[in-house]
Every structure is written in C-alpha cells, then in structure tokens.
Design a binder for this molecule. Structure first.
Ligand SMILES: Cc1cc2nc3c(=O)[nH]c(=O)nc-3n(C[C@H](O)[C@H](O)[C@H](O)COP(=O)(O)OP(=O)(O)OC[C@H]3O[C@@H](n4cnc5c(N)ncnc54)[C@H](O)[C@@H]3O)c2cc1C
Length: 289
C-alpha cells in the first residue's frame, strides 16, 4: 500500500534571509544611540559593538530581519516558543503536506535526526523509520482520498514530516536572544541547525556582529547553564555535543555563573580562537552533519 510513495530526507533549512535596509541597517541603531547622547567621537562601528556587548537591547529593536524556515512539524514548537517573533505558518489544514510554496519536487519531505543518519543506526533503524513514515503517509493519503478533510487526516502524520514552514519577521534584539539560547549544545539538533544557518546569514549581512554573537556564555562571558550534568559537569551525555567552553584548563574557558561565584579562574581567554571554534561547530550544525 505504501509503495510508490516517495519520501525524501531533507535538512532543516533557512532561506530568503534579509536584513531590512541591508548594510545600512546598523546605522539606525547608531542613530538611536546618538539621540541618547553618545558623542560623535565614538565611531559608528564602536557604538554598534558597545550596544550589542553591553546588551543595551532596546536600541537593537530598530533592526528588522526576515527569513523563511522549514523544519519538522514535531520540532517546530521549539521555534514557536520564542514569543517575540512574528510568523506565518504553512497550513496543514488546507494544503496537502507534499505541496506548498517551499516544496520544489514531488514526494514527502521528512527530517530525520542526525543521530539516526550516522553509520551506527543506518541500516536496521533507518529501515524501520522509513517503513513507518511511509505507512503513516500512506494512511494520510488514504483517509484524505476517502473524503476526510486534510485537517483531520493530518493527525496520523509523523513528527518528522517537514511541514514546519514559517515566514518570519523578528527584530535584532529578539534574534540575539534566540541565538544565545539555541546556539548552545543543550538545544535540540534541529533548532541548532536553524540557529547556525541564521548565525552565518546574519554575520554575512551585518559583519559588525562577527565576534560578538554566539551562545549565551560567549555573549555574556559567563554561562547561565550552571550544574548541568552531562553537559558542563559529570559524564558527558552522548547525544549532546561537547561544550567547547567548559574546561577550566583551556584558553577558551567560559565559567558558569556558579563557577565564577566559586572563584574558578579564567587563566586567559583567546577570543579569536573562541570565535573560530564556535564557527567550526556552527558549520557542522548548519550543514546537519
Ligand atoms: C536548552 C533549552 C531547553 C528548553 N527546555 C524547555 C522545556 O523543557 N520546557 C519548556 O516549556 N520550554 C523549554 N525551553 C524553552 C524556553 O523555556 C523558552 O520558552 C524559549 O527558549 C523562548 O525563550 P524566551 O522566553 O527568552 O524568548 P521570547 O519568548 O522570544 O521572549 C524574549 C524575552 O522577552 C521577555 N518576555 C517574553 N514574554 C514574557 C512574559 N510573558 N513575561 C515577562 N517577560 C517576557 C523575556 O525577557 C524573554 O527572554 C527550552 C529552551 C532551551 C534553549
């Protein structure tokens, strides 16, 4: 019954990324700082960095960013948890899930977690997953063809179906909050992939942000994720990537708030190395490797 259904494994994707007013967008932030009284002796680039680094966030709200994204329907609520984001979503009530503005080929798109794409799981687990996806999609089509509306038929669809498609408008303050939370090793793989793609698109359009943004620990110089067992302390949890900032012996150590209060010493912080190390990680996440 499920034969003939084409199921395509895709990666979470961000596209149509735009900073309104392009490379001049940052000037409006600088202008708001000038209105507040920042004198002309402080150069535009310095004003902008200061506002980001010192977290004078309200001025950053003048920069508006737009993009489209596609992720699994099951993981999309994690994106929607960010309340200060405007989004219009693809309707599974009205559209066949294989169709729509984001679909450029025949078949049903699904997102399979990275872990399952690794060699360890490739064979039997992947076969089981694919068979179940096909069976669920086949049931969806059958129920819908039998006259039941799509908004009802969709209840048999799996978490993996790539119908979490949104057109997004967000201001820079809110986007930095999103990135800080979701460029962290503790965030789920799919949302890390989305956040990493946004990181590269954003730093390309607004190069002034390079070296200023990353996970919350990087942005604040101190990580709020205190005492997280399996991530910052204790035995590493296998499904989380290793936090590159966690080791007190390293030159890119970023203490947690608790460690800082316990007087853990930062021997030296090599910012350039920290940026490079983050970007190696983000590149892997962005590419869904
Ligand atoms: C690693 C990780 C694990 C998570 N685990 C869970 C989980 O187990 N369960 C769960 O439910 N969620 C979980 N979340 C989601 C998390 O709790 C937030 O809902 C989500 O990250 C959105 O963050 P936010 O509230 O800062 O963003 P936004 O909703 O965009 O809000 C931005 C900022 O606006 C302010 N704000 C927004 N709304 C209010 C309000 N009503 N009152 C006061 N201030 C407001 C806050 O300062 C907030 O930081 C997790 C997130 C991460 C990164």
């Amino acid at each position: 019954m499920s034969e003939g259904i084409s199921v395509r494994i895709i990666k979470p994707t961000v596209w149509n990324f735009e900073v309104v007013n392009g490379e001049n967008a940052f000037k409006e932030v600088v202008y708001s700082a000038r209105v507040s009284g920042v004198p002309d002796v402080v150069k535009d680039d310095q004003v902008f960095s200061m506002l980001v680094e010192n977290d004078y966030g309200s001025a950053l709200e003048h920069i508006i960013i737009k993009f489209d994204l596609k992720m699994s329907k099951g993981n999309a609520p994690e994106f929607l948890e960010h309340r200060l984001v405007s989004h219009s979503g693809y309707s599974t009530r009205y559209i066949e899930v294989s169709k729509g503005i984001d679909k450029d080929s025949e078949g049903y798109e699904v997102i399979v977690p990275l872990h399952l794409l690794s060699d360890e799981y490739k064979d039997e687990t992947m076969r089981t997953i694919t068979e179940n996806l096909r069976a669920a999609i086949s049931a969806y089509r059958k129920i819908n063809k039998g006259g039941v509306p799509r908004e009802i038929a969709r209840y048999v669809l799996p978490f993996a179906i790539a119908a979490g498609t949104y057109h997004v408008t967000i201001n820079l303050r809110s986007l930095l909050n999103f990135l800080g939370l979701r460029l962290c090793v503790r965030a789920s793989p799919e949302i890390r992939a989305i956040a990493s793609q946004i990181y590269f698109a954003l730093t390309e359009k607004l190069p002034q942000l390079k070296g200023l943004i990353g996970c919350r620990g990087f942005m604040r110089g101190c990580c709020p994720e205190s005492n997280v067992t399996g991530v910052r302390t204790g035995k590493q949890i296998k499904s989380y990537p290793v936090c590159i900032f966690k080791s007190p012996e390293s030159e890119i150590y970023i203490p947690t708030i608790k460690e800082m209060r316990n007087n853990e010493k930062v021997i030296k912080f090599d910012k350039e190395k920290a940026v490079k190390s983050q970007e190696i990680l983000f590149k892997k996440w962005a590419e869904w490797e």
